[in-house]
Design a binder for this molecule. Structure first.
Ligand SMILES: C[S@@+](CC[C@H](N)C(=O)[O-])C[C@H]1O[C@@H](n2cnc3c(N)ncnc32)[C@H](O)[C@@H]1O
Length: 398
């Protein structure tokens, strides 16, 4: 049936209506008139897919990637970068307005690279087919190039079938020196490992959580910082934005004397906020990441930080009024309400909240709103060509 797309939703899908009932259509653009097929129906909405574009929107551009129409990896390759940045600003502002938070975000920091920015790519493998899942399915789209992945990761993807993995998954991580870690989940015997080692700077291969070649970590060099990152430690996937984010956090903590960094990963933000006069304390749930963080403070000549491995919600007793600044950089699920309550009760002066999910960020801002006001709110285009956006929000006690 024929559908006119009127706007984007917050997952980057086009929205249209069929007899007043809403339909979400991935890869459509506001202004498109499309022939669509319904793929899912519920009481309140339809989901659909494009069968044919009858009249393309003026906003639509040719997607650079041949897999775009089916692949679930990107959402916004078919609009310009400036339109995508505007979409991200509008999306966050609409969320704030809907939740009655009186603040308008005006600033979005661009990534220096729009393509080939990701230092980590994860692929599925089924019956020897390597790729990403198709939009909203568990069907694999075979790919041999990903415009989001760094150039060296794409070199590996192109040759990946040499490893002869039949079923499982592989994550390829790289640093700025093009050193590579392969993290494989599969019971298959890996073939031709030597070919990869001889042709690329493979520093480690980990299969089913066991290091079978080299090291189970590499060193990330971002700006003037060095970070050891174990194969299962989190690290920001866009190094261009990561550098800018570290600089912002450094600026916003210049006057802080005692900083607690929850969800600290390998300690990058604790370290970026350290100076000779202050103290830092980081909490992180992944054991390897905390081991990395302890080493990373030495690598970066930081002497006054401490790190513990714990679930933040189990160590709320560590959140005290001794701290004047708290950094929160949680996973998509946001900050645990127990943690938020403790921060509020302890009257910590400044909160630096970094979020990769605007929905949970806004949910948490509502909980802080009686006690804190938004001093600054900046978006970072950490994930170009996708609907995702990173936020940095500075909250000050009323
Ligand atoms: C978005 S990352 C941020 C890491 C770090 N701040 C950085 O910039 O690299 C979130 C981190 O929170 C950790 N994490 C997830 N749930 C946690 C929990 N309940 N308690 C402590 N850390 C947690 C993850 O392992 C991950 O390292």
């Amino acid at each position: 049936m024929k559908v006119e797309i009127v706007k984007f939703d917050n997952l980057g899908r086009g929205i249209g209506y069929i007899n007043d009932k809403i339909i979400f259509i991935p890869k459509s653009v506001p202004g498109d008139i499309v022939e669509a097929e319904i793929t899912k129906e519920s009481n309140k909405f339809y989901e659909g897919k494009i069968i044919k574009i009858i009249t393309p929107s003026k906003q639509r551009k040719e997607a650079i990637c041949p897999y775009f129409s089916l692949c679930g990896g990107c959402d916004l390759l078919h609009i310009s970068l400036s339109d995508a940045l505007e979409y991200k600003l509008n999306k966050v502002n609409e969320l704030l307005k809907k939740n009655k938070i009186d603040y308008k975000v005006n600033k979005i920091i661009k990534s220096d690279e729009q393509y080939n920015y990701r230092n980590k790519v994860s692929l599925k493998i089924e019956n020897g087919i390597i790729g990403y899942y198709e939009n909203n399915t568990h069907k694999i789209i075979q790919i041999d190039y990903c415009y989001l992945g760094s150039k060296v990761i794409n070199e590996i993807i192109k040759n990946l079938d040499n490893l002869q993995i039949k079923n499982g998954s592989i994550t390829i991580r790289c640093n700025s020196k093009e050193e590579l870690l392969f993290i494989i989940n599969s019971d298959d015997t890996l073939e031709n490992i030597d070919w990869f080692i001889n042709n690329y700077r493979v520093v480690g291969i980990i299969q089913n959580d066991k290091c079978i070649y080299g090291d189970d970590y590499f060193i990330m060099n971002i700006s003037n910082y060095l970070f050891k990152v174990s194969y299962n430690s989190f690290f920001q996937i866009n190094p261009y934005i990561c550098e800018k984010l570290l600089n912002y956090v450094h600026e916003y903590t210049k006057d802080s004397k005692n900083i607690i960094d929850l969800y600290c990963g390998v300690g990058s933000l604790t370290i970026a906020s350290a100076n000779q006069d202050n103290k830092g304390f980081g909490v992180e749930i992944v054991e390897n990441a905390i081991k990395d963080a302890k080493l990373n403070q030495n690598f970066n000549h930081v002497t006054n930080a401490q790190f513990i491995c714990a679930d933040t919600k189990d160590v709320t007793n560590k959140i005290t009024s001794d701290y004047d600044t708290i950094i929160l950089d949680p996973p998509r699920s946001g900050v645990h309400p127990k943690v938020i309550n403790k921060i509020i009760n302890e009257n910590i002066n400044k909160i630096i909240y970094i979020s990769c999910d605007a929905n949970t960020l806004v949910r948490d801002l509502k909980l802080f709103e009686n006690k804190y006001e938004i001093e600054e709110f900046i978006l970072f285009d950490m994930f170009p060509n996708t609907y995702h956006v990173e936020s940095l929000c500075i909250l000050k006690l009323h």
